[in-house]
Design a protein. Sequence first.
Length: 286
Amino acid sequence: MESSITTGWIGLGNMGTPMARRLLAAGHPVAAYNRSPAKAEALRAEGATVAPTPAAVLDAAQVIFLMVSDDQAIRELFTGEQGLLQSPATGKLIINMSTVSPGISQEMTELSRAHSHNYLDAPVSGSVKQAESGQLAIMVGGEEDAFKQAKPLFAHLGKLALRVGPTGAGNTAKLAMNTLLGFEAQGLAEAVRFAQQHGLAMEDLLTLIKNSALASTFMTMKGESLLGENYQAAFALKLLAKDLRLAKAEGLDSPLANVVHQTFQEAESTHGDEDVIAILKHLKRS
Ligand SMILES: NC(=O)c1ccc[n+]([C@@H]2O[C@H](COP(=O)([O-])OP(=O)(O)OC[C@H]3O[C@@H](n4cnc5c(N)ncnc54)[C@H](OP(=O)(O)O)[C@@H]3O)[C@@H](O)[C@H]2O)c1
């Protein structure tokens, strides 16, 4: 039988909450922290302990997961006044599952090493539904030994955990994946808009896509959102706009990527808090 590992979870947003819940359900104690404390209450009711600071999470757990928005959040969580590195503890494994730059992972690996901790970057592909059902795809950068230590925990979160290289390689893989996601979101929106402009029903086009070689989980999920006019963020448009900026900063400069980057940057101020598929609303306005 798998022995229980004390875990910490920082970042209880759309993704972090269901992921932390899965560790709890698998019998691993979870010490949880969220910047806005109210979001931790649901997990407390389910058996997690709520830690007052990131440093307290590190004190309480052997393996600490981070699932927050961006590079800035990661930097603050490590180096802030009550940040992880304020804890005197050593020898912990910190796993950053947020979508961030390879550069911040390299920096945080160095800082972690200076405090005798290990660090893995382990961003995920999949959204809230996959987080809830433990069907994420996890792409991991960092040392093999740390990856081996994390694998039993990853098994509760994803259908796949693949080590793709050293520190930052997981982040690079994720930026490649989300570039493709941007293509698909904009592509679906453009096809729907074209069909509607020519008098076709959106539902008919979506039924055709679903029954063609173009069918995918993403197309089906976002097709349902479009049909139900449900733009509530499962994956916020501003987060994809951030990922496309990160990919560009890593040197991605190619025809489709440049257009999709620009479209999402333009859409961010109006539709940033809605789901990525609100890109259709933006295209209809322009
Ligand atoms: N949603 C998806 O479908 C999806 C899929 C794959 C990957 N991702 C990636 O997963 C990460 C989390 O996404 P999400 O959808 O869960 O986002 P979300 O619902 O917006 O949650 C963001 C989390 O980050 C925390 N946070 C933001 N800035 C912070 C700071 N400066 N210090 C401490 N905490 C901070 C927020 O705390 P507060 O509650 O206090 O604001 C919240 O817990 C992102 O990197 C995203 O790109 C998302």
